[in-house]
Ligand binder design. Sequence first.
Ligand code: ZN
Length: 68
Amino acid sequence: MKKLFSILLLLVMSASSVLAETVMFNTKTGKIHKLTCPSAKSCTVNCIKIDKKEAKARGGVPCKKCGG
Ligand SMILES: [Zn+2]
C-alpha cells in the first residue's frame, strides 16, 4: 500500500511539471524568471507574465539565480 502511494505521488509530481507554469519573461534579455525571483520583481518595463512553454518558444533561457 505504501508503495502504491509513492507511485501515485510520483505520477502527480511528474504530471504537474508538464502543466502550464506562469513565469516572468524579460523580452529584452530573453531571461525566464520565476515569479518569486527578485529580478522578476524589479523588472517592470520589459517583463511580461507568460507561460513557461511560450517563453521557451520565444527563445527564453532560464535565469541563473532562480533557475527560471
Ligand atoms: Zn531569476
